[in-house]
Ligand binder design. Structure first.
Ligand code: ZN
Length: 150
């Protein structure tokens, strides 16, 4: 448990216990299904893209470990009102942080996503943290294939 305790910073714990936007938008225009076989995390992400190209609403359902749930929860919070291009850019920044490629995340650019920087010390957990983001990419690309972290 010490590995998990180290990882479970306050924000991650709080989001895993009380995930934000843990419901589906109605109506929704895009859907993605994500599965991380290494940990057993599963989630479905739905969003509604408005005529102006911005995400009007986004939410998820599923079950997974605390990190995957907290990541999906924070994802829905930071992406509300963003464009698909902005979402791709945030994923890139988030990915760099959790994989340790960017050891000094810019808190202004990442917001609360920066709390996931601790995940970089645990390669097994990177897939948990990025599952929701892979699922988002899949949803934005049309949702034809289930997203997997493999
Ligand atoms: Zn997990």
């Amino acid at each position: 448990m010490s590995e998990l305790r180290d990882l479970y910073q306050e924000v991650i714990l709080e989001h895993s216990k009380h995930p934000r936007n843990f419901r589906f938008p109605d109506p929704s225009t895009h859907v993605g299904e994500g599965y991380n076989p290494l940990c057993g995390d599963r989630l479905t992400l739905k969003l509604r893209l408005g005529d102006d190209g911005r995400i009007e609403d986004i939410g998820f359902q599923g079950s997974g470990c605390a990190i995957s749930t907290a990541s999906a929860s924070t994802l829905t919070e930071v992406l509300m009102g963003k464009t698909a291009d902005e979402a791709h850019a945030l994923f890139k920044a988030f990915h760099d942080v959790v994989t340790g490629e960017n050891a000094m995340p810019d808190p202004d650019a990442l917001g609360k996503l920066a709390v996931f920087a601790g995940v970089s010390a645990y390669p097994m957990r990177v897939k948990c943290a990025t599952l929701a983001w892979h699922t988002l990419e899949q949803a934005l690309e049309g949702g034809a294939q289930p997203a997997t972290t493999e």
